[in-house]
Design a protein around this ligand. Structure first.
Ligand code: ADP
Length: 306
């Protein structure tokens, strides 16, 4: 598969603050790439550099084989960017906002009207098209913002934390929009600090923290390589588990215990055996699903929280 984007050694400082420290990653054409990191990690800065809104201090960005510094105008036509802040005119209708943004992206006349109809269907807001934006919920405004970035049929869509502060219904709509775009072959870069969003949407990811890419690769590979393997155990009298062969670490979790191990299935057998020998009964025994949360924890030693 071809690469649609290569980011190489990006560095950016704001005064004394290092926002990006040699950030590199590659995005495959037609994939959904997750840029995952806590607030302040450098996600927005990276996206603004890719879209040419700000310049990096050093490093290169190559979009569909073109250097962003040499071909900024051409590249902008291939990219749809949905910034974190809503960028719509509140007093005018969604339709007139889309006319404005379409023309800004170089789409005009009848083609623009057709595209407005199509994108409104894609974001599920055709019926509200003539209502002024200030009557929309936060999630609906976000969907119009996404529609605006789709008008010129970009090959790459960059979304900066699109689900922050919106209702679950709009969030689900946004997930659907992204899945549909991806099935049409559009490359997606999706930044978020919500790990479960990346887990359900993305093929490949880069985890970024303090301006550095900690790890990147295929989501399944990362889970296999770095996620902690663990069993959840609850005992009848809530007592502490006995010593169990193959268990590396025991910690309190919900109403029971998290038992970390390298080999989940044999450890489950050993757990039942060891607990039974103590005369206690097992109330719950579950295999924990590998998660990005434990990948982040095992690589940084901290949790990725709001
Ligand atoms: P994220 O999108 O992951 O939340 P940002 O890229 O917005 O992170 O920010 C990365 C770091 O750079 C943060 O420490 C932030 O405070 C700082 N930063 C971002 N923009 C500016 C700016 N315009 N001036 C000064 N510092 C900034």
């Amino acid at each position: 598969m071809e690469r649609s984007l290569t980011v190489n050694n990006l560095a950016k400082r704001y005064g004394a603050k290092t926002a990006l420290d040699n950030v590199s990653f590659q995005v495959k054409e037609g994939s959904c790439f997750g840029l995952l990191g806590p607030n302040g990690a450098g996600k927005s800065t990276t996206m603004k550099i890719i879209t040419g809104i700000i310049d990096a201090d050093s490093g290169e960005v190559d979009v569909f084989g073109q250097d962003i510094r040499k071909s900024a105008d051409q590249i902008r036509r291939l990219i749809g960017y949905v910034p974190q802040e809503i960028t719509l005119y509140d007093k005018i209708s969604a339709y007139n906002n889309l006319i404005f943004f379409g023309e800004m992206y170089g789409v005009k006349g009848r083609l623009l009207k057709e595209r407005i109809k199509e994108v409104l269907e894609q974001v599920g807001l055709s019926e509200r098209v003539n209502d002024p934006i200030h009557t929309y919920s936060g999630g609906m405004k976000r969907r119009i913002n996404i529609a605006a970035a789709m008008l010129h049929k970009p090959k790459l869509i960059i979304l900066d934390e699109p689900t922050v502060g919106i209702d679950p219904q709009s969030r689900n709509h946004i997930f659907e929009i992204i899945k549909n775009l991806r099935s049409e072959g559009v490359t997606i870069i999706y930044s978020t600090h919500y790990m479960e969003e990346v887990e359900s949407l993305c093929d490949d990811i880069a985890i970024i923290d303090h301006g550095k890419v900690i790890v990147q690769g295929n989501l399944d590979d990362l889970l296999r390589l770095y996620a902690t393997k663990a069993i959840y155990l609850e005992l009848e009298n809530q007592s502490h588990p006995p010593v169990i062969p193959g268990i590396n670490k025991v910690s309190e979790h919900k109403k029971g215990w998290l038992l970390e191990t390298d080999e989940v299935l044999p450890s489950m057998e050993h757990t039942i055996q060891a607990v039974t020998e103590t005369g206690t009964k097992v109330k719950a025994l579950e295999m924990m699903k590998p998660s990005l949360e434990s990948v982040f924890l095992s690589l940084t030693g901290t949790t990725l929280r709001d």
